[in-house]
Write a protein that binds this ligand. Structure first.
Ligand code: ZN
Length: 252
């Protein structure tokens, strides 16, 4: 029987409702929809409007029998000029969130690092998990900076998911004590690379989760069911753990 599946990283606010239906039919019954950078953000009013949008899409998902969890944050590519005001407003919205995300670094500029560190500490204070973006460039200096900020923050690495990793990079971040998200999307990981990583790192299968990162870029909203099916074909034992349970334990 297929599923249920939990897609641990999506941006359903920029996807059509047809995708919610396709995902539900394929067995995706939980997902995490995260704040991101759907439009240029100059002022924190725009951040707030975006968070409201993300909360709304979670409500829509319930009509498709999908229990959508919500991550709210200032994304590294959407830092407003009045960052302090945005962070203050975010604090008020975290009551309605299941995670702080997505946060992280794109270029590791001083300003990005400041936003990242503050929000890691906010996640720790709110008792929420944090979902961390890594750049498509996989620039080693930026990845080092991400690991350093997590280590220096108040957050428990066990409450952090570092996302969009595969292969050796997944292994490297598992060594930091965090959870690792594998994003199956062109330019991030193919379904086959995801399977290879999960099988190779199976001793850490309690800290791996899969997702589509469905947003505007080319993606596959059925990435999680697809990888689950491939893992089942491989005879992998812990399919439910990496495609549902780990994310459920973390985000509810
Ligand atoms: Zn994302």
């Amino acid at each position: 029987m297929p599923g249920p599946y939990f897609d641990s990283h999506t941006h359903m606010d920029v996807r059509p409702e047809e995708d919610l239906e396709r995902m539900a039919v394929a067995g995706v019954r939980k997902l995490l929809t995260l704040a991101h950078d759907p439009l240029p953000v100059e002022h924190h009013d725009t951040s707030i409007a975006h968070w409201k949008n993300v909360l709304n899409v979670a409500e829509t998902a319930s009509e498709y029998l999908i229990d959508a969890k919500v991550g709210l944050a200032v994304h590294p590519r959407a830092i407003p000029e009045d960052l302090d005001a945005a962070l203050k407003a975010l604090e008020g919205y975290l009551d309605e969130a299941d995670a702080v995300g997505e946060i992280g670094l794109e270029t590791a500029s001083k300003r990005e690092r400041e936003a990242f560190r503050e929000q890691l500490d906010m996640a720790a204070a709110a008792g929420l998990p944090a979902v961390v973006h890594t750049p498509r460039s996989r620039d080693p200096d930026v990845l080092d900076a991400i690991a350093a900020e997590i280590a220096a923050s108040d957050v428990d690495p066990a409450d952090v998911v570092v996302d969009h990793l595969v292969g050796d990079l997944a292994e490297r971040f598992l060594e930091e004590g965090v959870n690792v998200g594998i994003t199956v999307q062109p330019g991030k990981a193919t379904p086959e690379e995801a399977v290879e990583t999960v099988v190779r790192l199976s001793e850490h299968s309690d800290r791996l989760m899969l997702n589509s990162d469905a947003a505007r870029a080319p993606c596959d909203v059925l990435a999680v069911p697809r990888v689950a099916w491939l893992l089942e074909k491989e005879g992998f034992d812990d399919v439910e753990r990496v495609t549902y349970k780990n994310a459920e334990e973390m985000f509810g």
